[in-house]
Design a protein around this ligand. Structure first.
Ligand code: IPD
Ligand code: CA
Ligand code: CA
Length: 277
């Protein structure tokens, strides 16, 4: 097996540098623009993008890069190795000077995430992983602890994390079906999946289609390396080589043992509300 610890090491250094850059903007009076789909973007998103892309190009000149704050130039279709970058995931939280945001850098090889780094400036937590090799969370003191998922196999007692900005009624039906009484809502996808990867939550469910490939790539590498699973809500692997950038069929991140039960439950809810599905 080829080792990707070098890629993890370089991506970690870049993410920490970008996290420090982003922190300098947090809580300041930011100029906010709006992109298609009413997605906010700030000067901090662009500055972090420039730094990350420059550093990745210098370290891995032969690799393709897909970043939220750059046009998709199609180079990803001609390269086995594609870095997927979200310079600030959770920009809404970032703008409101809240804490649910992160810098995310992932590497897909042959369409599967193999390296991921998610760095959260407000908490000084950085999650890093290379699938099959290493999965850790680094604290403010720089000490790394191995990621440990929860081991819950069935209800009751499921601890859910769900969207803050895009929560739908489907989550209520889902909670009822799985007897879930414990739900928290935080901003970015990376922060939510980090909570599953380090065992503080059992499950993240997002039935909508707003997230894109850079939202899931780094978190998926981290969760999978830790022993968990990330798929769409039908249990199908996410399509990283598709021209389509959206994860149209939602996201389901779990500790692993709960995954199949959750896929079945979501399917039952969908068939009950829309018998045509
Ligand atoms: C957003 C966040 C949010 C998700 C949106 C994403 P951004 O990312 O991850 O949680 O619901 O779909 O676009 O735009 O802040 O990078
Ligand atoms: Ca994002
Ligand atoms: Ca973003």
């Amino acid at each position: 097996m080829t080792s990707h610890l070098h890629e993890l090491d370089v991506a970690t250094k870049i993410a920490l540098e970008a996290a420090a850059l982003v922190s300098r903007y947090h809580g300041t009076n930011l100029k906010v623009d709006h992109k298609a789909g009413d997605e906010p973007v700030t000067e901090a998103d662009r500055a972090a993008n420039d730094l990350i892309v420059r550093r990745l190009r210098a370290a891995f000149p032969d690799d393709a890069i897909l970043s939220e704050e750059m046009p998709d130039d199609g180079s990803r279709f001609h390269n086995r190795r594609v870095w997927m970058v979200d310079p600030i995931d959770g920009t809404r939280d970032f703008i409101r000077a809240e804490n649910g945001f992160a810098v995310m850098i992932g590497l897909c090889i042959d369409g599967r995430p193999v390296v991921g780094v998610v760095s959260q400036p407000p908490t000084h937590l950085t999650y890093g992983a290379a699938v099959g090799e290493s999965a850790w969370c680094q604290g403010p003191d720089g000490v790394r602890a191995p990621l440990r998922l929860s081991t819950l196999k069935a209800p009751p007692g499921i601890r859910l994390v769900a969207s803050k900005s895009h929560r739908t009624g489907e989550i209520d039906a889902f909670r009822t079906a799985l007897q879930i009484t414990d739900e928290i809502n935080v901003g970015g996808v990376g922060v939510k999946i980090g909570l599953v990867a380090d065992g503080r939550r059992d499950l993240y469910v997002y039935p909508g289609g707003r997230t894109k490939l850079w939202d899931s790539c780094a978190p998926e590498a981290i969760l999978v390396a830790a022993g968990g699973r990330l798929t769409d809500i039908f249990g199908t692997p996410l399509p990283y080589t598709d021209p389509e950038l959206h994860n149209k069929n939602g996201l389901l991140a779990s500790n692993g043992p709960l995954h199949d039960l959750v896929v079945q439950t979501l399917g039952t809810i969908r068939r009950a509300t829309d018998p045509a599905t």
